[in-house]
Design a protein around this ligand. Structure first.
Ligand SMILES: [Mn+2]
Length: 357
């Protein structure tokens, strides 16, 4: 049975979207229609918190995989929802918006196989990875939707994915500002805080950065204020200001700086997180890596982790990883042969192995 398709205007109205956004909805709707056809028992995409049809675009890129996943039943799988970054006044920072397609290409390119180092899982296996497409963040923003509502669109999109048990979100950025709405959604959906392992050259914990409380440099301040995380471990830090340290203290953040990495290394390679909370969230800013390994980032900061350091931390982590993000890869600054895209793709691949059961 096919569910009735709501009118564009009724969707815009019930989600309180401004008239300027209405023209985006036909495209979102056609994608919703595919979704509707697929989830016949559900009828249509529903935004439960607002009790309305959902305007966001969630495409079925691989419907056959989804069917197979459903048929297999009871398995845990990760899902890879990606979206473009937020606009910003700095041209160079718009680069991350172009990252998800490059990362997808690198994941499936023929020059490497699609199995993971951890546990030798196969990315072609729908129990391991299912791509649910993009949320058109930038397009919605370009229509004048304010940041609060944009954050809600992202959070609701993540919740929508999480409703499809056993899918767990693995989000591609974009810049680091997406971590706040994603972690918020994960915590709200699971009903409590998570522990966060955050790999980054920067703590991204400014109360407000250049007048923007949703800036890429403020996401973890919003997460901690909201009570969405119990523990926040920041690893790879090597560009931190006085405010960054003060905010870290204020929120009880465990900041592991690169200057003492050799001392902290053993502890970081034997982490056990998430006990007594709803699970563990991993946020990887590609600039946690030394630029020798990943030059394609917006904020180059020498003296970082090696790729193997990151894998050692991830592979040895004892945790139920419920969601993750990979952010800040900037294709505009990558090498001509797309080295950083391959690096980001491998991070996604290994995270996928970690998340899927
Ligand atoms: Mn960073």
């Amino acid at each position: 049975m096919r569910a009735p398709i709501p009118s564009h205007r009724s969707i815009a109205n019930c989600c309180s979207l401004p008239p300027s956004v209405v023209h985006l909805i036909p495209r979102a709707l056609s994608l919703c229609t595919r979704y509707v056809n697929y989830r016949e028992e559900e009828g249509f995409i529903t935004c439960k918190t607002k009790n309305c049809k959902y305007p966001s675009r969630i495409a079925r890129k691989r419907p056959k995989s989804r069917r197979a996943l459903r048929a297999l039943g009871g398995v845990k799988a990760s899902t890879n929802a990606s979206w473009s970054s937020f606009g910003t006044q700095f041209i160079v920072l718009q680069g991350p918006a172009f990252a998800p397609p490059r990362i997808r290409e690198a994941i499936w390119c023929g020059s490497t196989n699609s199995s993971t180092e951890e546990e030798g899982k196969e990315l072609n296996d729908p129990r391991v990875l299912t791509d649910v497409g993009d949320v058109p963040v930038q397009e919605i923003r370009d229509c004048g939707v304010d940041d609060d509502r944009l954050m809600n669109v992202i959070s609701e999109s993540v919740k929508l994915v999480m409703e499809e048990d056993p899918l767990r979100p693995l989000v591609l950025g974009g810049d680091h500002s997406i971590s706040f709405p994603v972690v918020r959604a994960v915590s709200e959906k699971l009903g409590g805080p998570v522990d966060i392992l955050h790999l980054d050259a920067h703590p991204d914990i400014y109360h407000c950065f250049e007048g923007n409380k949703y800036s890429h440099a403020s996401s973890f301040a919003r997460i901690m204020e909201g009570g969405y995380a119990r523990r926040l471990l920041q690893v790879g830090i090597r560009s931190i200001t006085k405010e960054g340290r003060e905010q870290g203290k204020r929120f009880g953040v465990e900041q592991y700086e690169m200057r003492s990495f050799s001392r902290d290394r053993q502890r970081l390679e034997n982490l056990k997180l998430g006990e007594g909370v709803k699970g563990v969230y991993i946020s990887i800013d590609v600039d946690c890596l030394d630029p020798a390994f990943a030059p394609g980032v917006s904020h180059i900061e020498p003296g970082g982790l090696s790729f193997r350091n990151v894998l050692d931390i991830l592979h040895n982590l004892q945790a139920d990883v419920v969601a993750a993000d990979v952010v800040e890869f900037n294709p505009q600054r990558d090498t001509v042969d797309g080295m950083t895209a391959m690096v980001a793709a491998k991070l996604v691949r290994e995270l996928t192995a970690k998340i899927s059961k």
